[in-house]
Ligand binder design. Sequence first.
Ligand code: PLP
Length: 224
Amino acid sequence: MAYELLIKCCDLGLKPLGVAFHVGSQQTDPLQWVEFMQQAAELYGHLRRQGLELEWINIGGGFPPTYQTTLRPFSHYAQTIQQALQQSFGVTPPQLMIEPGRVLVADAGVIQTEVILVAHKSREDVRRWVYLDIGKFGGLAETMDECITYRLRTFRQGPTGPVILAGPTCDSADVLYEKTSYELPMDLAIGDRIEVLSAGAYTSSYASVGFNGFPPLRTTVSSG
Ligand SMILES: Cc1ncc(COP(=O)(O)O)c(C=O)c1O
């Protein structure tokens, strides 16, 4: 389909520069870029034979910051992609364009939250339910399916125990982490501050409208 569209562009008198792809956000496997780069190279080869030389390739974003799991350094992704570019396209590869998003801004943001309830749902319940004043609808939309697992910081030093984390709305979907194992201090109490770390990407932007009476997330820029 891409081949047909690009040929059609030329027929219409347009000058296509290249193709773009996105391997999926928080992509922890660098080989994903390699696979699509090879597909693109094949396409560029077919087009060259028709007289169309594409000068650019846009490999999108997807580069992962570190949430809970330690990842390989960014340089590993860069090297893998650079090598794949040369292996796929040979000595005259197209110019590389990238669109990094979360990797640039995630670590720049911390969300300040407050514990609004600590509860057991039954006497047998080993895990406490910890409700925060932020949930899926107030900026933590990426906890959907527990995809993004933020690191949390508390200011109590005592021993920790397992918790289920939930947001403040009455929506049953507003559970942040139930399957992912999270531990918080045993003496955690209502009113305690919890910081959500590496929360600079896709948080305040998702919380652009109030849900269920909760206002959008307020952002401040610190000079430090
Ligand atoms: C077209 C496009 N490019 C780049 C990005 C940034 O992706 P990421 O934050 O995964 O790096 C996005 C994210 O939605 C996108 O839609």
